[in-house]
Design a protein around this ligand. Structure first.
Ligand code: AKG
Ligand code: FE2
Length: 353
């Protein structure tokens, strides 16, 4: 079966229906919503954010370390990821997202899984679907792509899907190299033993999430693309288009991480924060919705091996498998993850007797 993109039309104030490529919740949650007025998704300030920039080719290792300690996030240039691949993958993702909702849902039951309304992944590796009316509905749709699985698969009968898969494979491999290089710098700084380092990052666990955040009639106070969170990864690498929307929490303030061409955004994840005994920060971030434009971004996430025992003085030892299981349970119980505080050792002084 060949899947041609459905014709897409621009949404105007008089045409409030989104096209058939959007998940139904986008339409259901847009009924009766005022599209006019000012755009609350515009940045609060036009000033440039001061996120550190790391040059992977020429930088001193200290740049990665300092940024991970102070910010938990940095921009990466000269990263080695092919700029043609960066451009092509966003173009290809846009084509795939413009397929009808039904065909995306129907076709991507192989290693590339389609999800919408929630970015959370279950222990089985499936992305969850949120109820369209759920309070924590996220204004997004996406594809969950475990890299180990797509290398053994071919969408042989469909040129669009097969080129998407092949591009994701190439992009994923290039991101693995970047993540490996960054991790090695961090491991050296933290004096991790070679045995620890080996289990603390598993390139085979590499995962891509390809997101589309549909333009949203509601303001960011009502809907988030992705609400405030930290990543569970060791490190995450983000590639975003020029629309913008990513924000990072710095000193209690939310700053816009403006898109820069050919630049990736790297952030420290929960696992690295624990491995570093809180020396590095798994920084809080979130994604605002945009009233006028759809946004596409691609995240690469890498994790420890399942049985890696994460040990550092501030935490009781836990394996990555423990962390995943607890996250699953917390998600069912509280609708969100508790994450690292579950394992944090409370200092004697602050314990309630
Ligand atoms: O799309 C983005 O800018 C960020 C995505 C993100 O934070 C995540 O997937 O954890
Ligand atoms: Fe994230």
């Amino acid at each position: 079966m060949h899947l041609l993109p459905t014709p897409s039309h621009e949404m105007t104030n008089s045409d409030k229906n989104f096209d058939s490529s959007y998940p139904p919740f986008v339409l259901q949650n847009s009924i009766g919503v005022d599209y006019g007025g000012s755009d609350p998704s515009k940045p609060d300030s036009e000033s440039e954010d001061s996120l550190p920039v790391v040059d992977l080719l020429s930088s001193r290792p200290g740049d990665i370390i300092d940024s991970s300690r102070e910010w938990g996030m940095f921009r990466l240039v000269n990263h080695g990821v092919d700029s043609t691949v960066l451009t092509k993958i966003l173009e290809c993702a846009a084509k795939v997202f413009s397929l009808s909702f039904e065909s995306k849902r129907g076709v991507f039951d192989g290693p590339i899984q389609y999800f919408w309304g929630s970015p959370a992944i279950s222990l089985a590796g499936n992305a969850r679907q949120a109820s369209p009316y759920a309070q924590n509905l996220h204004w997004l749709e996406g594809f969950n792509v475990p890299l180990a699985k797509i290398t053994q698969y071919k969408y042989g009968d469909d040129p669009l899907l097969e080129s998407f898969r092949a591009l994701l494979e190439e992009y994923g491999n290039q991101n693995s190299l970047v993540a490996d290089k960054i991790f090695k710098t961090m491991a050296e700084d933290l004096n991790l033993s070679p045995t620890k380092s080996k289990s603390y990052i598993s390139l085979a666990s590499g995962l891509l999430r390809v997101y589309r955040y549909p333009r949203c009639p509601m303001s960011s106070e009502l809907r988030w693309g992705i609400s405030e969170h930290t990543d569970s990864s060791v490190v995450s690498i983000l590639h975003q288009d020029q629309v913008g929307g990513l924000q990072v929490c710095m000193g209690g303030k939310w700053l816009d991480v403006k898109p820069c061409l050919d630049t990736l955004v790297v952030n420290v994840g929960d696992m690295m924060q624990a491995m570093s005994n809180d020396e590095y920060v798994s920084v809080k971030h979130r994604v605002k919705v945009n009233k006028e434009k759809d946004r596409i971004s691609i995240g690469y996430f890498v994790f420890p091996t399942e049985d890696a025992l994460i040990e550092s003085p501030n935490y009781r030892p836990f394996t990555y498998a423990n962390f995943q299981a607890d996250r699953e349970l917390d998600f069912k119980t509280f609708g969100t993850k508790i994450g690292l505080p579950r394992y944090k050792i409370i200092p004697e002084k602050s314990r309630i007797l």
